[in-house]
Design a protein around this ligand. Structure first.
Ligand code: FAD
Ligand code: NAD
Length: 477
């Protein structure tokens, strides 16, 4: 029976980070993953690299470049003439990025000495793992420590059963061969907005049906309100407070029946994307006597340090509580194996950044204003519009704002919320400041290069005490 120091099940961002770090720390490590790529061969990187973060960002970047050329270059005096969009080529470019990055993980496994095992893993009692390769007989492996990182899968809802290529989940929506004239999306969450934006930019008429009355309730209300207005201007028809009750594929397209406060309605689209959330994936993962328990929502139950109820068995990433984000899972993977090696790292769940890669982008970290109100915390607000920053205007990117929330008494930064260009990059400044326990004054006293988008972060921090320079301020402090 082969024996390892660490066996990781799942080679998504959580699992591969854990496996690489464990091997770097000198542990004899194997990583089991069952995923097959588009070519039918084993692939590493899980959802993130194959069907998630990376391919969706490749299409978002491609479609953004298209809109820039089509609508915005003209303002800079650039005439590109007649434009056309070659969708198969865009998809091929996306696939090439995926191949390069998944191949990169294989190279990192090899270089760091991680044993790659392609097939299914099942946790048995006593930290034994049943490994079933894609071809061939199952074998039993043993480990001193097991890390479970099986990830998540899309939620399916009864009114809209998926079909081969008409009613699809996020994976299918990354593979359209042409731009659908009419696109329906169920769910105005992260995936609905990102993939709705991709196809909307390329010419689809996009209708997004969202069950909730509120738009993006996880984001700060001001940011959500301004974002909704911008997405409306871009042509995304977001219908809040709607309940989908059925969908039928006909020759004319998909007939979607839904209800809103005015009663029953219908909509016909060429493609329908179902993006109503993801659920932890634990199918076939655990033998009945593995000792690992699930919580009431189907996540693997873990403590703050990602330990399950079974000794020396850990679980990380989308399959455990907390936001389903690649960077959160990676940090958990590194924390778990470093603790196995005797180090003492922690994951700071109060500082997990969230990003929605629309244009403008939305990014935040820490508390929203509605959370502070609900907690009864006294806070101050500083905000600064990109329309007042030279660099944003120079690039024709003057939409959005930075909003910073600080404790009214201690001035400590409690949350930062951004709608605007490069928000995904700018938010890192807020994460660093909060990790170091910075006050708004600390950021205000820091020098930022001029002209940059980052100056909006600086001015928002100065705004907490009413000291922003590029704003009218009659307070004398
Ligand atoms: P996964 O990435 O799901 O990997 C789990 C792996 O384990 C898979 O390969 C699976 O096949 C394998 N596995 C499962 N069970 C077994 C078993 N029993 N035996 C062997 N192998 C098994 N997050 C971000 O942070 N930023 C983004 O921009 C972003 N964009 C996204 C876009 C889309 C369209 C989607 C769908 C998701 C996106 N996410 C994004 C979320 C991100 O992909 C996930 O949070 C992340 O992939 C979770 O990592 P993980 O390692 O926990 O699981
Ligand atoms: P989500 O939770 O972000 O959004 C789902 C939306 O669907 C919600 O607004 C919900 O109210 C709505 N909804 C649920 N049931 C519905 C129904 N029956 N009819 C209409 N609306 C309904 O989930 P998602 O967009 O599917 O994304 C899943 C996860 O993947 C996210 O939670 C996120 O963690 C991750 N993700 C992250 C990124 C990123 O970081 N940029 C991108 C994509 C996905």
């Amino acid at each position: 029976m082969a024996k390892y120091d660490v066996i990781v099940i799942g080679a998504g961002p959580s699992g591969y980070a854990a496996a690489i770090r464990a091997a770097q720390l000198g542990m004899n490590t194997a990583c089991v993953d069952k995923s097959l790529g588009k070519d039918g061969r084993p692939t590493l990187g899980g959802t993130c690299l194959n069907w998630g973060c990376i391919p969706s960002k490749a299409l978002l970047d491609a479609s953004h470049k298209y809109v820039e050329a089509k609508e915005n270059f003209v303002d800079f005096g650039i005439d590109v003439g007649e434009l056309s969009m070659d969708v198969p080529r865009m998809i091929a470019q996306k696939d090439a990025v995926v191949d390069r990055l998944t191949g990169g993980i294989a190279g990192l496994f090899q270089g760091n000495g991680v044993t790659q095992l392609s097939g299914r893993g099942k946790l048995l009692a006593g930290r034994r793992v049943e490994f079933t390769p894609h071809e061939g007989a199952a074998e039993i492996l043993e480990a001193d420590h097991v890390v479970l990182a099986p990830g998540s899968v899309p939620v399916e809802i009864p009114p809209t059963p998926l079909t081969d290529d008409v009613i699809v989940d996020s994976t299918g929506a990354l593979e359209f061969e042409s731009v659908p004239s009419r696109l329906g999306v169920i769910g105005a969450g992260v995936i609905g907005l990102e993939l709705g934006s991709v196809w909307g930019r390329l010419g689809s008429d996009v209708v997004i049906l969202e069950a909730l009355e509120d738009f993006l309730p996880v984001a700060d209300p001001r940011i959500a309100r301004d974002a909704l207005r911008e997405f409306g201007k871009q042509g995304l028809d977001i219908r809040l407070g709607t309940r989908v009750i059925g969908a039928e594929v006909t020759d004319a397209g998909v007939a979607v029946a839904y209800q809103d406060k005015d009663g029953g309605k219908s909509l016909t689209v060429d493609k329908l994307i179902v993006a109503v959330g993801r659920v932890p994936y634990t199918e076939g993962l655990l033998a009945p006597d593995s000792g690992v328990n699930l919580d009431e929502r189907g996540f693997l139950y873990v403590d703050d340090l990602c330990a399950t109820d079974a000794p020396e068995v850990y679980a990380i990433g989308d399959v455990v509580r907390g936001p389903m984000l690649a960077h959160k899972g990676m940090e958990e993977g590194v924390m778990v194996v470093e603790r196995i090696a005797g180090h003492k790292p922690l994951v700071n769940y109060d500082c997990v950044p969230s990003v929605i890669y629309t244009h403008p982008e939305i990014a935040w970290v820490g508390k929203t204003e509605q959370e502070l109100k609900a907690d009864g915390d006294a806070y101050r607000v500083g905000s600064f519009a990109f329309a007042a920053t030279g660099r944003a205007l120079a690039g024709n990117e003057g939409v959005g704002l930075v909003k910073l929330l600080a404790d009214a008494e201690t001035d400590r930064i409690l949350g930062v919320h951004i709608l605007g260009p490069q928000a995904s990059e700018l938010i890192a400044q807020a994460v660093i400041a909060m990790e170091f326990g910075a006050s708004a004054e600390d950021l205000g006293l820091t020098m930022f290069a001029h002209p940059t988008l980052s100056e909006a972060v600086h001015e928002a921090a100065l705004g907490i005490s009413g000291n922003a320079i590029h704003m009218v301020n009659r307070r004398k402090t």
